[in-house]
Design a protein around this ligand. Structure first.
Ligand SMILES: NC(=O)c1ccc[n+]([C@@H]2O[C@H](COP(=O)([O-])OP(=O)(O)OC[C@H]3O[C@@H](n4cnc5c(N)ncnc54)[C@H](O)[C@@H]3O)[C@@H](O)[C@H]2O)c1
Length: 361
């Protein structure tokens, strides 16, 4: 190949160009390198440019009415996985969800897999990440999800994760920048290292993930100008209004919205939409409900809620602040993700999903 774009991306975009997708009946496919060529249905090419791969695959679909089962380029074979007909709404989408070993990220990954996506569970914690993947693959099949390690504060780690995603599935349609941490405390409590830790994961980590993901998304768009992709940051209602004695977190999330707006302006010419989701509190998730380290226990011990004597008192206090009377769930967030992905006329937004607790003006 004369182009630096990985061959798997070229093959995938060739299969997904609008006219080919219409004729073959597949809008999204996955492409992965295989050790041995397919026994039949393999299109063998000895070509040297992306354009010749694109026209060869279009020619095959014209002649056969369907995509080849595999394509080999200069003797290296790539398998093409097509979603079963009539399947789910996100069939064939390739998605990285950072921080998806537990909490919101895990629920988001499960929700996207259930709707047909191939999901990369990318987490710093291999044990929880692999366990989440094992459960999803048991229910939805081997290609539903993979675990890849990532530390979102390290450029090397983030780039390696995105590269491994391309090697595994042949591209990237959506990045959910979800990994996030919280250290609550006032100006008299938060240390410099606490502040650096929160800023590094929530703010710098989003930059590094968007940078690495957008490099692949740009390559895809250059080959297939109809193909839109999404970067979606898991922000917070604390990214829209200040949070008392929680400034490190709120500041990192406000900053994240600045990144979202700026990335959106830069990337739209490459077909990348960039938006944030600002969920309300996921009271049933580990961040709040962990019996030892959860925020309910922490806030009880810190006396943050006046008069509260039990964890249930603290929970009731926070629940009473939500007009819809319940906490946010991963399913609520998955609905918002689907909206942001399916709409093709909005970018740079911060979408609240907070039961009415935060209202835009
Ligand atoms: N829980 C809530 O109520 C709530 C509300 C609004 C927004 N959010 C946001 O949703 C996101 C997820 O929150 P959660 O409550 O599910 O958190 P969580 O603590 O339950 O899970 C966070 C995950 O991120 C992983 N992680 C931490 N540091 C990492 C790093 N450097 N690299 C890669 N992975 C890392 C952890 O291993 C963990 O699996 C965060 O961005 C958070 O700010 C949460």
């Amino acid at each position: 190949m004369s182009d630096a774009t990985p061959i798997a991306i070229v093959i995938r975009m060739a299969c997904m160009r609008a006219e080919v997708a219409v004729r073959s009946g597949h809008a999204y496919v996955a492409v992965s390198r295989q050790d041995a060529p397919s026994a039949d249905g393999e299109l063998a090419l000895t070509v040297s440019s992306p354009e010749s791969v694109i026209s060869a695959i279009a020619g095959h679909v014209d002649a056969q009415g369907e995509l080849p089962a595999a394509v080999s380029v200069d003797g290296v074979s790539y398998r093409i996985d097509t979603p079963a007909a009539g399947t789910a709404r996100l069939a064939g989408r390739i998605v990285i969800v950072t921080g998806s070993g537990q909490g919101f990220g895990k629920g988001i990954a499960e929700g996207l897999v259930a709707q047909g996506a191939h999901v990369v569970v990318a987490d710093i914690n291999a044990e929880t990440g692999q366990a989440a993947v094992d459960a999803m693959c048991e229910q939805f099949g081997d290609r539903a999800a993979v675990f890849l390690p990532i530390n979102v504060t390290s450029q090397e780690s983030v780039v390696a994760c995105v590269q491994a995603t391309v090697d595994t599935f042949g591209g990237l349609d959506m990045l959910i920048a979800n990994a996030g941490v919280l250290k609550a405390g006032g100006l008299d409590e938060i240390t410099e290292s606490d502040f650096d830790f929160v800023t590094s994961v929530n703010y710098k980590g989003y930059f590094l993930c968007a940078q690495a993901a957008s490099a692949v998304m740009r390559q895809q768009h250059a080959l297939n100008p109809d193909h839109l992709t999404d970067i979606i940051q898991m922000n917070s209602k604390s990214g829209l209004e200040g949070s008392k004695r929680n400034f490190a977190y709120a500041g990192s999330k406000f900053g994240g919205i600045g990144l979202t707006q700026s990335f959106a302006l830069e990337l739209i010419t490459h077909g990348v939409k960039v938006n944030s989701i600002c969920p309300g509190n996921f009271f049933d998730g580990p961040l709040w409900s962990d019996p030892e380290r959860g925020l309910f226990v922490q806030y009880l011990n810190a006396g943050k809620v006046e008069g509260a004597k039990t964890v249930d008192d603290v929970r009731a206090f926070y629940m009473s602040k939500v007009p819809m009377g319940r906490g946010c769930t991963p399913a609520d967030v998955v609905t918002a993700i689907r909206y942001l992905h399916e709409q093709s006329y909005e970018t740079g937004q911060a979408l609240p999903v907070s039961g009415g607790q935060t209202m835009l003006n």
